[in-house]
Write a protein that binds this ligand. Structure first.
Ligand SMILES: Nc1ncnc2c1ncn2[C@@H]1O[C@H](COP(=O)(O)OP(=O)(O)OP(=O)(O)O)[C@@H](O)[C@H]1O
Length: 239
């Protein structure tokens, strides 16, 4: 999947959300999109998934049925029980729900499996924000697609749940599938084999591994590396 000099501007916006953006995503690696709030990450995902109409410059994009896109804002009826939600979602899959829940069971430790069973009995509206997100992301991970997009899947999760979700997303990476993800929690990328794409004001200002990314700071602090890249590369791109 490749983007070449992509430009995108929302009708009501005076500025471009994406500007001359060129990048290539690979299979077999976790593709991470980083950037400040408003940098263009969700716009990029919306265009790749086809949620927004694509301008020119997109190559080898996948059809909708091969894509699963976890959007940041996804409204679920609050009276739906966790179990209804899991079944509803897995009904879009070609395999039986019981098989999928079995598969989920095999990948969860005892505590998390207990959590899954507890949440399946609860109404979505009664769950905490983090519990709801965990169930949502965890269920989506069971779907078998050629492209998975996760927009800040770990936002609002406690450290345990975050690690578990990161492990699961990481385990989905294989040679036949693209996995794309955005995050603002940079430390969670430390032990992940990933390709980082750093976007600023719709432009790519850095691409590389996590190790190359943290090398942007003398103490290898990822948050400082983020800030340094914005100051050094962001400023030079915008005069
Ligand atoms: N529907 C819209 N109409 C006009 N402008 C928009 C619209 N959606 C997004 N934008 C603008 O496009 C730019 C990119 O927004 P986008 O949502 O892609 O950022 P983001 O990197 O995902 O941010 P965040 O980290 O806060 O989720 C921002 O300046 C935003 O204000």
């Amino acid at each position: 999947m490749k983007l070449q000099e992509v430009n995108y501007q929302y009708k009501k916006s005076p500025e471009k959300a994406l500007e001359n953006l060129s990048l290539t995503f690979s299979k077999g690696k976790l593709n991470i999109i980083l950037g400040e709030n408003g940098a263009g990450k969700t716009t990029l995902f919306d265009l790749i998934s086809g949620a927004l109409k694509r301008p020119s410059g997109f190559f080898n994009m996948l059809p909708q049925e091969d894509i699963c896109y976890q959007q940041q804002t996804f409204s679920i009826p609050m009276t739906l029980k966790g179990d209804d939600y899991v079944k509803l979602f897995l009904n879009t899959e070609r395999k039986k729900e019981t098989t999928a829940v079995e598969k989920m069971k095999n990948n969860l430790n005892d505590n998390d499996y207990e959590k899954l069973n507890r949440l399946r009995k609860m109404r979505m509206g009664d769950m905490s924000v983090g519990e709801r997100r965990w169930l949502l992301v965890r269920t989506i991970c069971l779907l078998d697609r050629k492209l998975h997009i996760f927009d800040e899947p770990t936002a609002g999760l406690d450290p345990n749940a975050r690690e578990e979700v990161m492990r699961t997303i990481n385990s989905m990476v294989d040679k036949d599938r693209y996995v794309l993800m955005s995050t603002h929690i940079l430390h969670e990328l430390e032990n992940v084999d990933c390709d980082i794409f750093f976007i600023n004001k719709g432009e790519l200002i850095f691409q590389g591994s996590y190790q190359e990314f943290v090398a942007e700071d003398k103490d290898r602090n990822p948050n400082k590396a983020f800030q340094n890249l914005l100051v050094n590369k962001g400023a030079s791109n915008h005069g």
